[in-house]
Write a protein that binds this ligand. Structure first.
Ligand code: CP
Ligand code: NVA
Length: 309
């Protein structure tokens, strides 16, 4: 039996297929312009198909965008928080995967641990999509790259600068760098750096990555500045993080170092006055709400890829 196409990490998917996913995201977004949000796309390719959405952690964008994505593709969803499932009472991931595979056509999981997501995928006979883990957040980066293409043109001509914690979202920017050809600068305090082996693997695959601790130097003439929360879901050291990471706040001064008209990205939820100044995230260079909208369009294309439409 053919293996289902799982969407777990951008590092695992060939560049040509990721390119095709982004093209499909742009195409579907344009094709349904003007339609009411809850009406299906003209082709409604997933009529009669169901995606399960399982959350071990909180979510606004991922939940609403996946639910609306399936509606627009003509299908439906079943959404559950892990705590209300037997999963939360000790039923194994393996058994959960095997059971859900009998009811639904795909599973999206937001998991505490990436290992649990991989275990779900190993035991599922239907595609599994990563809705964020402690390790990465690939759907987010597909939406981010769609946004940059809409606003700024060619990804391979861009320098993108990550500022702050070397977290799960940052890892997906690293994983995608070799696939899309942008130059990635990463500015984190030493204690919050991305694991060296993740950077090395990306560089060996052809990624152009510069590690520049000083955020002012890292942002010099960059085309895009990206921030994310200093305290991710599951982090238990909030006080230390806030103290250690404050010098990496994206301020107007930092944005002034970037190229004229540089864009500001943030996956949201944001904490104004922590990782980003309100004047930046609410200012003219910020494209965070287009970015949030594109979660919907990018994920529709991801679902189509998994389901081979
Ligand atoms: N960016 C993102 O994944 O948002 P949620 O946590 O609200 O899903
Ligand atoms: N890094 C954040 C992203 C939230 C969408 C977290 O994991 O909480």
């Amino acid at each position: 039996m053919a293996q289902p196409k799982h969407f777990l990490s951008l590092a695992d998917i060939p560049a040509s297929e990721l390119r095709a996913i982004l093209d499909e995201a742009h195409r579907r977004k344009k094709a349904r312009a003007g339609l009411p949000k809850g009406l299906p796309d003209i082709d409604a390719p997933f009529l009669g198909e169901t995606l399960a959405l399982i959350f071990e952690k909180s979510s606004t964008r991922t939940r609403f965008s996946f639910e609306q994505a399936m509606r627009q593709l003509g299908g439906s969803v079943i959404t559950a928080t892990a705590g209300t499932m037997q999963l939360g009472r000790g039923e194994t991931i393996d058994d959960t995967a095997k059971v859900l595979s009998r009811y639904v056509d795909g599973i999206m999981l937001r998991a505490n641990s990436h290992g649990a997501l991989e275990e779900l995928a190993r035991n599922s006979s239907v595609p599994v999509i990563n809705g964020l883990t402690d390790y990465n957040h690939p759907c987010q980066i597909m939406a981010d790259l769609q946004t940059l293409e809409e606003k700024g043109g060619q990804l391979s001509d861009m320098t993108i600068t990550w500022v702050g914690d070397g977290n799960n979202v940052a890892v997906s920017f690293v994983n995608a760098a070799a696939k899309f050809g942008y130059r990635l600068r990463i500015s984190t305090p030493k204690d919050y750096a991305i694991q060296g082996q993740i950077i090395t693997a990306a560089q060996n695959a052809g990624a152009k990555i510069d590690l520049i601790e000083d955020p002012m130097k890292a942002c010099d003439n960059t085309d895009v500045v990206v921030a994310d929360t200093f305290v991710s879901m599951g982090d238990t050291d909030a006080e230390d993080r806030l103290a250690d990471l404050m010098p990496w706040q994206v301020t107007d001064t930092l944005m002034d170092k970037a190229a004229k008209n540089a864009l500001f990205l943030h996956c949201l939820p944001a904490h104004r006055g922590e990782e980003v100044a309100a004047s930046v995230i609410d200012g003219p260079q910020s494209v965070v709400f287009d970015e949030a909208e594109n979660r919907l369009h990018a994920q529709k294309a991801v679902i189509c890829w998994c389901f081979e439409v």
